[in-house]
Ligand binder design. Structure first.
Ligand code: DP6
Length: 328
C-alpha cells in the first residue's frame, strides 16, 4: 500500500483589502475580492496521515488534543478531500504554529493552507496551485490567499471553480514590514465564520462591497508601483469600512480596545509628521502597522512604548505554501 502521509507549511496573511461577508457561506464564495500579504517567519506546519485502521479523525494542535469544534471543522474539510480522492480512510492530523496563539494573528488561514497541501498529497491527489487555493478556501476563506506567495489577490469568482487566489508580486518585489501590535491576547468576541454571516445585516455592507473592486485596483496599483502613500490611504479606508460594517450589523461587533485606538491615533499622527506607516485591523483588536522594512525597527520601538501595547511582532513578506520532505 502507498504511504498515505504528507506534511506542509504555510504562512498566515494580513488582508490589505478585506474579505467580509459571503455570497455563499457553505462554499465560501466571498462578497468581494480581497488582497493580502503573506507574513514571512510566521508559519503553521501540518502533517496528515490517512490510516485504514482509524475509526475517526484525530487532531493535535500544538501538542494538545484539539477542542471538538476545531476537530469538526477539520473533519468536514477532510471529507471534501476524501470525496475528491475517492478514499474512505480517517486521518490523523498534527499541526504546530511557530507564532503565539492569541497574538491576534488569524491562524485559520495558515492552518487550512498547510492542511490543503498536506491532506491532498497524503490522499494521492496532485493538485495545481489554483486547485490547492480553491480547496483551502473551503476550509477558511482567507486560507486561499496563503497558498500563493508574496502579495496575493483572491479573485472572487462566481462559483467554486473560479474563486481562488493568485500572486500579483513575489515577496522580494517590495520589502514592506507588518508590525503586529498586540493589545490583547484574550479570545475574540466572535470568530470570523459567524461574523461573515452578520455582514449583510449592516446597512453599510452594500456600499462597502460596491466600492471594493475600485479599492482593490488602487491597492494593486500601489503595490505594483511601490507607492506607500497610496497604499496607506486605501488600506486604512478599507479597514475602517469593514469595521463600520461590523459596528453596524445586528448584533454589532466591536473589536476595538483602548489600545487599538491609541495605536491608530499614533499611526495617523506619525504619518502626518512624514513617517511612512499605515494601520489595518482584521477581526480582532490587534493592529497591523505596515511600513517599509527599513523603518520597521524604529516603528516597532515607537509602538512598544504606546499605552496598552503588550508586544510587537515584525513580519516581512512571506513565500508560498510548501510541502515538507520527508513528512516526519
Ligand atoms: C477580517 O477567512 O477567517 O480577516 O472563511 O469563516 O474562516 P472563514 O473566515 P476568515 O475571514 C477573514 C476575515 C478578515 C479579513 C480577511 O482576512 O480578508
Amino acid at each position: 500500500m502507498p504511504e498515505l502521509t504528507a506534511a506542509a507549511a504555510a504562512h498566515p496573511n494580513i488582508a490589505l483589502i478585506k474579505y467580509w461577508g459571503n455570497r455563499d457561506d457553505a462554499l465560501r464564495l466571498p462578497a468581494n475580492g480581497s488582497l493580502s500579504m503573506n507574513l514571512g517567519g510566521l508559519e503553521t506546519r501540518t502533517r496528515v496521515t490517512f490510516d485504514p485502521a482509524l475509526e475517526a479523525d484525530h487532531l493535535i494542535l500544538n501538542d494538545a488534543v484539539a477542542a471538538s469544534g476545531e476537530l469538526a471543522r477539520v473533519s468536514a474539510f477532510l471529507d471534501t478531500v476524501r470525496q475528491l480522492a475517492g478514499i474512505p480512510h480517517r486521518a490523523g492530523v498534527e499541526s504546530w504554529n511557530n507564532f503565539p496563539t492569541g497574538a491576534g494573528i488569524a491562524s485559520s488561514a495558515a492552518a487550512f493552507a498547510a492542511l490543503s497541501l498536506a491532506a491532498s498529497a497524503a490522499a494521492g491527489l496532485d493538485l495545481s496551485e489554483k486547485d490547492l487555493s480553491r480547496l483551502a478556501r473551503r476550509g477558511s476563506g482567507s486560507a486561499c490567499r496563503s497558498v500563493p506567495g508574496g502579495y496575493v489577490e483572491w479573485l472572487p469568482g462566481s462559483s467554486d471553480l473560479d474563486s481562488y487566489a493568485v500572486s500579483i508580486a513575489p515577496p522580494e518585489h517590495w520589502a514592506l514590514a507588518d508590525c503586529i501590535t498586540v493589545v490583547s491576547a484574550g479570545p475574540k468576541p466572535l470568530g470570523s465564520s459567524q461574523g461573515h454571516r452578520l455582514a449583510s445585516s449592516s446597512p453599510f455592507q452594500k456600499a462597502r462591497v460596491a466600492g471594493a473592486p475600485r479599492r482593490l485596483a488602487q491597492a494593486r496599483r500601489a503595490i505594483l508601483s511601490r507607492d506607500f502613500d497610496a497604499l496607506a490611504q486605501v488600506i486604512e479606508l478599507d479597514s475602517n469600512l469593514m469595521h463600520a460594517v461590523m459596528l453596524t450589523g445586528q448584533p454589532a461587533l466591536l473589536y476595538f480596545l483602548p489600545g487599538s485606538i491609541a495605536v491608530m491615533q499614533a499611526v495617523l499622527a506619525w504619518r502626518g509628521e512624514g513617517l511612512p506607516v499605515a494601520y489595518t485591523l482584521d477581526a480582532g483588536p490587534n493592529v497591523h502597522v505596515l511600513c517599509p522594512a527599513a523603518e520597521a525597527e524604529s516603528v516597532r520601538q515607537r509602538l512598544a512604548r504606546l499605552p496598552g501595547v503588550l508586544r510587537v511582532l515584525v513580519a516581512l513578506p512571506g513565500g508560498q505554501a510548501r510541502w515538507i520532505h520527508p513528512p516526519a
